[in-house]
Design a protein around this ligand. Structure first.
Ligand code: ZN
Length: 315
């Protein structure tokens, strides 16, 4: 990754906004994305190609992809629930497509209205769409194992089922698989265990990222466990946006500002300027009146003498 050690992937415009009722105006979303990219964020999940009647909050994803593509050096990521969404994402010019596959079949049926076999069929179709493109135009294709740390409907999912689905995603033609703690059930020990389990199946190169929630307050502890296992991409949401209806006071996704502070304080380069990142909150707060933004660093501020990781060698 060149000048960064850890890629922080901002998912607020997708995961954050999809879980709140307010529809953020397109111009505010653009200003948010612009400001985060200017702060040094290298990858932003700008939306999801789901029908607008299901998620009106994300109805402008096509326009956002077009806008975000004009920002030099930014990887424009989107979620796609199926091959139809992937077609739209490819047409729009997204750089990275993530297809969620809930390892809990009950959750998959409730959320995507599809069985595991049906989701794998969609993955095969998406991989074929991508392969049909000229090599330079092919987006990166990730299959995300959601509810992999447990499901609110089924509880713990058997290891053998997780391993089988990881293998099927890679066989279908995904470039890599990711792990997603959709329900906030993970703890540092299960993060280590599931990473080892999935790596055994797909290899180290095909598992680099994790998507964590802070529902039970273990988000950063889980992020640290993933780092210690060698994962290099961490999803996070500005202000932990989205919240969680089941856990008042807890943010939804892990908070980008707090995560970047932890990484930079540990000497890991993210490429992100923390002061500039903190100022992005004003844009989001102004566009979402009454919506709670989370995070410790925004209140506590940087410690006296704090130095970004890239400057550490000079002090
Ligand atoms: Zn999420």
């Amino acid at each position: 990754m060149g000048d960064v050690d850890i890629l922080v992937s901002e998912v607020g415009p997708r995961d954050g906004l999809q879980s709140i009722g307010t529809v953020m105006p397109l111009e505010a979303k653009k200003a948010w994305i612009d400001a985060e990219a200017a702060a040094g964020v290298r990858e932003i999940e700008v939306g999801s190609f789901v029908p607008a009647k299901l998620l009106p909050q994300l109805a402008d994803t096509t326009e956002l992809v077009a806008h975000a593509r004009t920002i030099p050096g930014l990887t424009v990521a989107v979620l796609v629930p199926n091959a139809k969404g992937a077609e739209a994402a490819i047409r729009a010019g997204a750089h990275k497509l993530t297809l969620p596959l809930s390892v809990s079949e009950t959750h998959s049926l409730a959320n995507l209205r599809r069985t595991h076999d049906q989701v794998i069929d969609e993955a095969v179709t998406i991989a074929r769409l991508i392969q049909a493109l000229p090599p330079a135009e092919r987006p990166h294709f990730e299959g995300s194992l959601s509810t992999v740390f447990g499901c609110t409907l089924e509880g713990t999912i058997p290891d053998a089922q997780i391993a089988r689905l990881a293998a099927l995603l890679m066989d279908a033609g995904c470039d890599e698989v990711g792990l997603s703690d959709t329900t906030g059930y993970a703890n540092p020990a299960t993060v280590r265990r599931i990473i080892a389990l999935v790596r055994d199946v797909v290899g180290d190169e095909a598992l680099t990222g994790i998507h964590l929630h802070n529902t039970r307050g273990l988000g950063l502890a889980n992020a640290l466990a993933a780092l210690e296992c060698g994962l290099t991409t961490l999803d996070a949401s500005l202000g932990g946006l989205g919240g969680c209806p089941f856990a008042p006071g807890a943010s939804g996704n892990i908070v980008t500002e707090d995560l970047v502070f932890m990484l930079e304080a540990m000497g890991l380069r993210t490429g992100i300027d923390i002061e500039r990142l903190l100022s992005v909150r004003k844009i989001v707060a102004a566009a979402l009146p009454g919506e709670e933004l989370y995070g410790f660093l925004p209140d506590a501020k940087l410690p006296l003498g704090f130095v970004h990781a890239k400057n550490l060698e000079y002090v």
